[in-house]
Design a protein around this ligand. Sequence first.
Ligand code: SF4
Ligand code: MSK
Length: 673
Amino acid sequence: MAEEKKAEKAMKLADPIKSSIDKATQQMIARAQELGIDTVWDRAENMKPCAIGMQGICCKNCAMGPCRLPLPKGGIQGKDTRKGLCGATANTIAARNFIRMVAGGAAAHSDHGRSVAEVFRAVARKESHDYEIKDTIKLKAVAEALGVATTVEVDGEVKDRDMDEIALETAEVAFAEWGKPEGELLYLKRAPEALYEKWKKAGVRPRNIDREIVEIMHRTHIGVDMDYKNLAKQGVRAAIADGWGGSMLATDLQDILFGTPYPMQSEANLGVMKADHVNVVIHGHEPVLSEMIIVAAQDQEMIDYAKSKGAKGIQLSGMCCTANEMLQRHGVPVAGTFLQQELAIITGACDAMVVDIQCIFQNVANVAECFHTKLITTHPIARMEQESTLHIEFDEHHALEDAKRILKIAIDNFENRATEIMIPSQKCTQIGGFGVESIEYHLGGTYRGSYYTLNDNIINGRIRGIAGVVGCNNARTRHNEGHIAIVKELIKNDVIVLTTGCNAIACGMAGLLTPESASVYCGPGLAEVCETVGIPPVLHVGSCVDNSRILLAATEVVKAGGLGNDISDLPAAGSAPEWMSEKAISIGQYFVASGVYTVFGYTFPTSGAPVFENYLFHEMEKLYGGMWDFEADPIKHAHKMIAHIDKKRKALGIDKARERVLMDMADRQALEA
Ligand code: SF4
Ligand code: MSK
């Protein structure tokens, strides 16, 4: 009987095939189960999410709650009378919860940006000697966008200003964006004028980055803002402060310090780990850490030290957005997505996993305890309670020293490996490192670099439209299934895709980030463009903060002309197929506020408050030109985006051009036959 009870209580195991579409992942889930180690998929089998919480209608903003407001069976008939103890309606509760998610996401991106700004300021002040300014062209461009003079008049002659002076002033001006007492964010003026005017009219221009986040926490406290529209307005303002503020500054300052990405080849998936090398997996978000580890790993002294321990060398690989940062600037291979972090350790070949901030499972510490892996936390705001973890605080003033210390721990640990190692063989070639600058160069060439070629091909119909497909994985959906199905459906229908975050990693693992994939997966128009120009149909533009690159690329398309005068006029749409983080909500909200129709997969966190949801899905369009939507089915999801793109083509009067292009192609095919 006791045995039976024990068996009843035993953890249900996830089905590896149903958990992921990726073979390496399936294999490693099975391996974990064989070793008796639980992974996120097993835990998802055993703990179901709370339906009321999922729908956004549980409030715990005061100790009279939690107040749960389930939808009545059969839906709402007549007036919605649901209310919490204080009288908060379902709309108020859902709106408060929603914008608190925006606050969480905007805070995460913007605090990341602040850390980079601190390093940049230390470099500009010559207080840090391990980092340097790598891209002075970008420094000048950013300085100009922040209103910092890049020239100076001497004796009536205009001369270039000293680069050190520009850096110092840019650092001070950038830093002030987080907390200046008056004015508005300086980067708002980088948006198309029509969009800026919309923000002005709607009263959502952010004053500074931190203030908008603080104000969300204030407004959502019990008894403050009780109008879902007014709450949503503040959500928009904080999200704009993320996309056109904290995230954009993070991207720009990272490019200045570490170099603006350019396309380079690499590989993706767990198969990039090497059994005979010291494997260091770097996981998290801030390239401040990973950049220095890359420098340390190239040090001959370190390589020799690794060899002295019996390894053939040092193999760095990345996880989550750190992977994207290292890929786009150095071609460092990508070990996996958000959901694969435990699996990298389960290979038995991970000598150290080095983490900083965001998207790190606390359970990696438990998994590491089952192996020889050292789990090293490095950020003062992100530590773990498990005593088995090592904490080595990373400081920009002695960054290289810290990086070498971390690497030495990994190398020393190489000889502690157990003999049984299982690294899946799967890995795929990928090209990463696209950005506003490199897209311009690739489409226009050195002498006539511009977005006109892209616009021309949109106008003539070869490219039907542009999609930004981004975001996380979620253990409640089959790993990478939604990501890949949606992206494939889009490119099949001639929609070019810009990708970031874990969607980008999923696309890399599935072989969609190579120019060759165009002839296999694309519709005839997009395939022709990709083959002519030599680009993949899915352009990897970076990490989560680099969604700001998508905003600026869209702005460049508007500027190039012929496709309206605002981002909302473009045949474009956004998507987060497998989202899970608060950052995804903030990103979605700034896409919407910038005029983009944005569809989320898996679930939507306001479904228990239909009136508020209707506001997000329909009413917001009148204010900003963009709106939210939700669709769990990947093919329907992609077709909602395509329908929106076609609607915009029609409004621009370019729908007929596409029909002609398709007819030409059919004619050509008929002739060939
Ligand atoms: Fe309940 Fe109102 Fe308190 Fe929320 S704020 S927990 S709805 S009483
Ligand atoms: S890492 S936020 S799981 S994309 Fe930026 Fe991936 Fe989502 Fe984290």
